[in-house]
Design a protein around this ligand. Structure first.
Ligand SMILES: Cc1cc2nc3c(=O)[nH]c(=O)nc-3n(C[C@H](O)[C@H](O)[C@H](O)COP(=O)(O)OP(=O)(O)OC[C@H]3O[C@@H](n4cnc5c(N)ncnc54)[C@H](O)[C@@H]3O)c2cc1C
Length: 394
């Protein structure tokens, strides 16, 4: 048996022993394992699963083991992901720290910052949120105004962020702040701010659905020690852009992870539209399902190939905009198709006449719209692709 096959056998045995039975079932939203100081574990096995995975560093399998990561090679990580999928394991941890901040820290932070923050991210001890957008600085992110002043031994922060997802549940925020008001891009710094202080207030924004995943985040004489500045003063824009590439890669893969590959669509179509001779009975629906499956499969393979080709830690550069654009549009199409297949049963919001899957369909459909806005809108991605990938003039 070669080393990789041995790794597969060991991993399979370990998962068999350590992945609790309820962690092999579909995950209800209220059991999402975001971690953090104020985490509430509705299902205690979620915490058990997180602790087990974190003890191996497998919540961040490819991060170096000196920072709590799994230290796995690309090939080993692929095996681990295959084995997790095989047993239909839930994610052990959902985390902006793992998806966005960690990769940026690995590239830009000093040793002390890495040692301080990365292991806590791996173990899900600290929940992070992202303080990028401001009123008037969304797509034109470099127009941000949140002011950060050097007060000798610390920084003083005043200003407002908006659309800060889950800020009211987060412990820390990674924020872009203005440290020079005379220049635009070269006057931005990347600062880590502890939210457990009087100067930080996160006010939830309630949406039409009644949910409030977003907050307005206010800084009023908030402070951060000098050691919380990542990279150089006024050079935060480079870090901001790299982090956005990680965010875009993560978002573009989201639809695929949730079955965006077309998995389950044919069965859904047979259940709702009918079947004849083992096939979806309606030829037009059959065509739509086949098209979605083929496009998703081709996208998934391209995503995988490019990710593997990208140099370790460097991400896919401006090409991440291609994936963000196509992945989120594909995810929107998939959600449209599900609603179409379910017919009027796909339009329910509450009530006993709808199954759980039917009730979640319109919510997922609505959420998929946000996909093509968060991390930079579709229009902005098309601008990046035309300029940075195709080299077209502005
Ligand atoms: C689900 C979700 C989660 C989010 N989470 C966070 C978070 O955690 N932290 C955070 O900081 N932000 C977050 N955001 C905010 C998000 O990053 C911004 O909404 C996004 O960058 C767009 O900015 P805006 O809303 O100000 O729109 P605007 O910039 O005002 O854009 C409005 C419209 O104009 C278009 N437009 C703007 N400029 C151009 C241009 N140059 N060319 C062509 N079209 C253009 C846009 O595409 C869009 O359609 C989240 C957003 C969503 C939807």
């Amino acid at each position: 048996m070669d080393a990789l096959e041995q790794f597969r056998a060991d991993t399979r045995a370990w998962l068999e022993e350590n992945c609790p039975p309820s962690m092999r079932t579909p995950m209800p939203e209220d059991e999402s394992p975001w971690g953090g100081k104020r985490a509430v574990w509705k299902n205690p096995e979620s915490k058990q699963w997180l602790d087990a995975m974190a003890s191996k560093g497998w919540t961040a399998p490819q991060w170096p083991s000196e920072y709590g990561g799994g230290g796995l090679s690309k090939e080993e990580n692929k095996v681990l992901q295959q084995e997790l999928r095989r047993i239909k394991a839930r994610p052990a941890l959902m985390s902006f720290g793992i998806w966005m901040l960690g990769p940026a820290l690995l590239e830009f932070a000093n040793e002390e910052q890495k040692k301080e923050h990365l292991p806590k991210i791996v173990r899900g001890e600290i929940r992070w949120c992202q303080g990028y957008s401001e009123p008037g600085a969304g797509s034109d992110l470099a127009g941000l105004q949140t002011k950060c002043e050097d007060k000798g031994d610390h920084y003083l922060v005043n200003g407002q962020k908006i659309w800060t997802s889950y800020a009211d549940k987060a412990d820390w925020i990674f924020a872009l702040v203005r440290t020079d008001t005379n220049v635009k891009h070269d006057g931005i710094s990347f600062l880590l701010i502890d939210m457990e202080q009087d100067g930080v207030e996160a006010r939830p924004i309630t949406m039409i659905s009644g949910a409030s995943p977003f907050c307005e985040t206010f800084f009023t004489d908030a402070t951060a020690p000098k050691g919380n500045l990542v990279g150089e003063l006024n050079k935060g824009w480079t870090i901001a852009k790299r982090l956005l590439q990680h965010e875009r890669e993560m978002i573009s893969g989201m639809g695929m992870g949730s079955g965006g590959g077309g998995t389950g669509l044919a069965d859904l179509a047979k259940d709702y539209v009918g079947q004849a001779g083992g096939k979806i009975s309606d030829a037009t629906v059959r065509d739509s399902v086949a098209r979605q499956k083929m496009d998703s499969h081709a996208f998934g393979l391209t995503l995988q190939r490019t990710t593997e080709e990208a140099k370790a830690g460097q991400g896919t550069g401006a090409a991440s905009s291609i994936f963000k654009y196509y992945g989120t549009e594909l995810n929107k199409r998939r959600n449209e198709l599900i609603i179409e297949l379910m017919g009027t049963q796909g339009l329910g919001w509450e009530g006993d006449s709808f199954s759980e899957a039917e009730l979640s369909a319109p919510r997922s459909w609505l959420r998929s719209k946000g996909n093509s806005i968060e991390g930079g809108t579709t229009e902005v991605q098309l601008n990046v692709i035309s300029k940075r990938v195709l080299g077209l003039p502005s």
